[in-house]
Write a protein that binds this ligand. Structure first.
Ligand SMILES: Nc1ncnc2c1ncn2[C@@H]1O[C@H](COP(=O)(O)OP(=O)(O)OP(=O)(O)O)[C@@H](O)[C@H]1O
Ligand SMILES: [Mg+2]
Length: 327
């Protein structure tokens, strides 16, 4: 039986902005086991980053958070700021979607990695430098001794991405949260970075929560996947069963929009419409205005998540094949 490292229960993160309440994350439940790579996917604005930032409690001051975030059985929402600082970096590390939030332009790369090390470990400066160079090498940075002395603006985007990964991994976290770690990179570098995360995950038996809007990344490295739409989870499953039999119309739409190199079709399939404004969500099922399978019921009531197979849940009235023993 795998051990649960992180369990999220009924998480709600609402931002009380001057114009109204942004329901960025609106009641989600999921777990990540030790040594497991779990993906979260959804279009822009679905609440993926807010979910990640909620786990580390790095939210804007107007955010109100409710529910439970159980890390090794302890609720992080009950932790005080000093306990949270202990967890950040040492227990849980994050690769941020926006590199500018984690790399400081006025310090060298080496300086920043050494600081991440000495913040959590009592070791000499010399040992920290050795450790930093070793992690840069492990992260595939060419001539790490040279890069160590450079500033972020002297490195390419892909190199900075590796530096961020190095910084996130140098403390050997139990859980790595990687928020779009490869978005700004070209496909070959992207493949190398994903390979690197996968290798390090296996080597360190780390758990990874990988956030992306790219289904091909999900299919390459995750074991389980969570589909988010407008602040809610609409489907979750083992990655292979999700691709073999997607059940939610949103998931089917996402899978259909993957470009196929062999297709003779000139046009790409897309999901019509856009993600709703989280300050003004549609009633009933949040996906119904864009759903090709919506019925009258979907306009009025919001479906619950129902289990439809082992480890496969879906939030849709139209899915008719729930196996009763899983209900
Ligand atoms: N500081 C903030 N104040 C108000 N609203 C915010 C703030 N940060 C995020 N939001 C809103 O919360 C919702 C969820 O945002 P989030 O960043 O989690 O999306 P995402 O799924 O990560 O999207 P992307 O794929 O573009 O990164 C969005 O509608 C966004 O506009
Ligand atoms: Mg995001």
């Amino acid at each position: 039986m795998p051990e649960t490292l992180l369990e999220i229960k009924g998480l709600k993160t609402h931002i009380h902005a001057s114009e109204g309440i942004v329901k960025a994350v609106d009641g989600i439940d999921f777990k990540v086991d030790t040594g497991e790579i779990v993906g979260i996917i959804g279009e822009s604005g679905c609440g993926k980053s807010m979910t990640a930032l909620s786990i580390l409690r790095l939210l804007p001051s107007q955010a109100k958070i409710a529910g439970e975030i159980l890390y090794q059985g302890n609720d992080l929402l009950k932790y005080d700021p000093s306990q949270m600082r202990e967890i950040r970096g040492k227990g849980i590390s994050m690769i941020f979607q926006d590199p500018t939030t984690s790399l400081n332009p006025v310090f060298t790369v080496g300086n920043q990695i050494c600081e991440a090390i000495t913040l959590h470990q009592k070791i000499s400066q010399r040992a920290a430098v050795e450790k930093a160079i070793e992690i840069l090498r492990l992260c595939g940075l060419p001539s790490p001794e040279e890069q160590f002395k450079r500033y972020p603006h002297q490195l390419s985007g892909g190199m900075n991405q590796r530096v961020m990964i190095a910084m996130a991994l140098v403390t050997h976290p139990e859980l790595l949260i990687a928020d779009e770690p490869t978005t700004a990179l070209d496909v070959t570098i992207q493949a190398q970075i994903l390979d690197l995360i996968q290798n390090l995950q296996a080597k360190l038996n780390m758990s990874v929560l990988l956030i992306t809007h790219d289904l091909s990344i999900i299919s390459t490295i995750t074991r389980r996947v969570i589909i988010m739409y407008a602040g809610k989870i609409v489907e979750y499953a083992q990655t292979d069963s999700l691709f073999a039999s997607p059940l939610h119309p949103y998931t089917k739409g996402l899978i259909n929009s993957i470009p196929n190199i062999e297709s003779t079709e000139k046009r790409l399939n897309t999901i019509p419409g856009v993600v709703p404004n989280p300050m003004n969500l549609p009633c009933g099922c949040r996906f119904h205005p864009r759903c090709p399978e919506a019925t009258l019921r979907c306009f009025d009531a919001e479906p619950e998540i129902r289990l439809c197979g082992e480890g496969h849940g879906v939030r849709c009235f139209g899915v008719r094949q729930p196996v009763s023993s899983y209900d």
